[in-house]
Design a binder for this molecule. Structure first.
Ligand code: ADP
Ligand code: ASP
Ligand code: MG
Length: 422
């Protein structure tokens, strides 16, 4: 007997028919003798619908006072789907109970709309499991010290599931979604993308942080920290397929590098359109400039990603960086108000129509020339690179967003990631 956590995403929970299928699948696992905890997302579209209603009443701005209420609101999506799943499980003849985050408790900090899990109490859940019940716990939400409901950021049910698996020391956490595993890139952008049988924890962490939303980054961080065995698989296989076959399907996140395994140089391509570029032009080229500009941005709690400083000419230089698009307007306003006047910089220009495309692979560590191959492929496609950032196992470029798909496909082919190359 094992303790297994299943997580089902919004599409997998998208209708009563699909919820019934989830219940049948979970019941199959429970009848095979496993203790089951299930973490569902809200039904697909529900979180957007709820947040859209709030936006109709008050356009959301960072720093708004109504973030607490947004969490009260958005968390109801998961509460509804959890109750529906428990009802469906009972209709399948299972004993099942559903809990909201505050009932378990899933304790978080108080950063509404992007809270972090601090601890999970396992007493109540263990008692139910020991009594033979299937336990359904809302994804995406928790409760802070003062008893306020919090949510974990978009895609946060992945993190709930992995954190719950870690707290319960589950034997495995299975993330059921609308694709049958982690692919070399988003199969919606490159239909020739190939499913990876395994992906290393480090690669998955990079892919998630660079935009591939198949797993929320914090879920991968939790898996790494607590060594939670984690697998991504499809909820669209027939619910009654052989359980051993199902348990081996999808993509396994691995924690140990297999020395004997022939490591692909590049294992995947990630991309995102969530960032915007800001350039401060004509700043004096002297010590403290980066601190002066980025210090003001950091003080406003805005995260900076790629940074570039141009060569100086006549004692002046240009300084560019990217921020999340949601923070763009605030960052520009702040620079205009606080930094331009004190720096005597010429002007600030911004570009919200950019994207970041990244190649990821632990094999890059031991291969030279991978980044230059990336640059060559992009230049052959006539794509101008605006910014570059590298680490040991990834290279990212910032380009015009209209070339995103072209860049992803060209790189996918050039690095032999296509299905036909396997
Ligand atoms: P869920 O609702 O189940 O959490 P998400 O929409 O959050 O599902 O994540 C699954 C989606 O992630 C897929 O439909 C796919 O379009 C996208 N995706 C992005 N990059 C990848 C990748 N490398 N491999 C698989 N799916 C990816
Ligand atoms: N329902 C939330 C969202 O849409 C959380 C999740 O699905 O993981 O972002
Ligand atoms: Mg998701």
């Amino acid at each position: 007997m094992a303790l297994i956590v299943h997580k089902y995403g919004g599409t997998s929970m998208g209708s009563t028919e699909r919820i019934r299928n989830v219940a049948k699948r979970v019941a199959k696992w429970a009848r095979a003798g496993h203790q089951m905890v299930v973490v569902p997302s809200a039904m697909s579209g529900e979180t957007n619908r709820l947040l859209g209603l709030a936006k109709e009443l008050a356009p959301s701005q960072p720093g708004d006072s109504h973030h607490r209420e947004l969490d009260m609101l958005a968390s109801t999506g998961e509460q509804a789907s959890s109750a529906l799943l428990a009802i469906a499980l009972q209709a399948e003849g299972m004993e099942a109970v559903s809990y909201a985050g505050w009932q378990v408790q899933v304790r978080t900090d108080s950063a509404f709309t992007k809270a972090r899990i601090e601890s999970i109490d396992d007493v109540r859940v263990r008692a139910d499991l020991d009594a033979g019940r299937v336990v359904v716990i809302t994804g995406f939400q928790g409760v802070d010290e003062a008893g306020n409901i919090t949510t974990l950021g978009r895609g946060g049910s992945d993190t709930s599931a992995v954190a719950i698996a870690a707290a319960l020391k589950a034997n495995e956490c299975l993330i059921y979604t609308d694709v049958d595993g982690v692919y070399t890139t988003d199969p919606r952008v490159e239909p020739d993308a190939r499913r990876l049988g395994t992906v290393s924890f480090e690669e998955m962490l990079e892919m998630a942080s660079l935009g591939s939303k198949v797993l929320q980054i914090r879920s991968v961080e939790f898996a790494g920290k607590y060594k939670v065995p984690l697998r991504v698989l499809s909820s669209f296989t027939p619910w009654d397929i052989d359980i051993d076959e199902e348990a081996r399907s999808g993509t396994l996140i691995t924690f140990e590098e297999d020395e004997n395994m022939e490591q692909a140089v590049v294992s995947g391509i990630a991309f995102n359109k969530d960032e915007a570029k800001i350039s401060v032009l004509g700043v004096p080229d002297k010590p403290g400039i980066a601190y002066h500009i980025l210090g003001a941005i950091a003080d406003a709690n805005i995260e900076v990603d790629v940074i570039i400083q141009n060569l100086s000419k006549d004692g002046r230089t240009d300084f560019s960086f990217t921020v999340h698009r949601n923070d763009y307007a605030r960052a520009v306003d702040l620079l205009k108000a606080k930094v331009l006047p004190t720096l005597g910089a010429a002007e600030i220009v911004g570009d919200t129509k950019i994207c970041k495309v990244s190649i990821v692979g632990i094999g890059m560590r031991s291969h030279v020339g991978v980044a230059s191959k990336m640059f060559r492929v992009l230049s052959e496609e006539g794509i101008n690179i605006q910014m570059i950032s590298t680490s040991e196992i990834k290279t990212s470029v910032v380009i015009d967003e209209k070339y995103m798909e072209l860049a992803v496909r060209a790189l996918h082919k050039a690095f032999d990631l296509d299905q036909t190359a396997a």
